[in-house]
Design a binder for this molecule. Sequence first.
Ligand code: GLN
Length: 496
Amino acid sequence: MATRDIEKSISELHELLVHKDVSSTELTNAYIDRIHNVDPDLQAYLTVLEDQALAQAAEVDSKIAQGEVLSSLEGIPMAMKDNMCTEGVRTSCASKMLENFIPPYNATVTDRLRAAGTILLGKLNMDEFAMGSSTENSYFAKTRNPWDMEYVPGGSSGGAAVAVAADEAAFALGSDTGGSIRQPAAFCGVVGMKPTYGAVSRYGLIAYASSLDQIGPLTKTVRDNALVMNAIAGYDPRDSTSVPYEKPDYTKFLVNDIKGLKIGIPREYYGEGIDPDVAKGIQSGIRTLIDLGAEVAECSLPHTEYAIPAYYLIATAEASSNLARYDGVRYGYRAEAADVLGMFKTTRAEGFGPEVKRRIMLGTYALSSGYYDAYYLKAQKVRTLIKQDFDQAFEKFDILLSPTAPTPAFKFGEKSANPLAMYLSDITTVPINLAGIPAISIPAGFVKGLPIGMQLMGKAFDEGTLYRAAYTFEQTTNYHTLKPNLSGEVLARGSR
Ligand code: GLN
């Protein structure tokens, strides 16, 4: 009965496929039905690819019929944030500017997931050009949090987190420039990994801030996350910032043992603005880890308070440069006007939403002559100090731990009128992107019925230790097994 299978993990689905308990076509149909049933309310998807998905599933089924051995992701239905290029399929970045943009090529992650045999169900909603923390900045739709529809799902990968949490896909890919995988994962109760900068190719990811952007998986379990990383990570000559490192088999780290693991608790992440109930929830997670044998001690990342200003200067500076290409000439939206200058101006005035314009202006200002040294250069120096804070902490600790976000999900409109309040909600995630290190968010409990996430941060290219700690925590907790009931009540998996 494929209708119940949609809530299973990738590894469980793989077993079902291998044992012919379900076909990839049945599974794909079950997800498509689920999308038809719940997405009119949740609005996680911007594009659903029914025919293409069923054709891909039929290919996998014929392999199964011929007795071929299935690899771990073959036949698994998934979806991608709408800022990763998909050949022949609209890639809009949730912007009017790219409303009709059909890329002539695939992102590397698209190619790799295709090569791994996954089924692409569709493209997911997001904040326009990945700028935001609530998905309210999408030009197209308001994605709702399945745990309570009056609340935002987080952002900018809100569609990705909701698709996984509400069983509209077995897994999803998001992108994270300052928290956009981890924060929506926390708000929706799923697992989200922001890999080390350079670990996953950015080729074909529509750029927001190139020195910070990374693609990563949102999944139901830690094991699923490692399986997807196995498929998407690794050197890519088409991305000049891709690092030629020895990619491990990430599933090798899934051992239920953290005895002696040294965990640092940066005290700056528990300061002002942190909801006391979130802090309490994370404390109880820390006690669980101590009981499991971890050695936990407080530490300090003294430059944390400068992370938000440094991030919002560097990210906007890079965005202003990356978004200069949308001028109505080459591709994307074009407005009619009397002369060419008028065409440029009107195209950009009509094609971009208010948050994108705000950031282009901020970034252009920070880069302008006379202000460059005072803002952009200064922010780059602060970035180095933040990275050094982490380097020093990792001399003593294997991983660091904090809440993923200072609060649980907030209500629609609660922060959208005040950009600064929205920016401050990124305090626990942006330092990680500035330092280029990996971090994972895992379900760690509930505050007033809404999920909260625990963030584990690691050394560059040490995703493995994060998976080990996350997996061990997951084995002794049941948060990841709870599902939102779309009428509001919390259900255990399998009881829908
Ligand atoms: N919320 C942050 C911002 O608005 C991070 C976004 C992201 O990671 N793409 O920039």
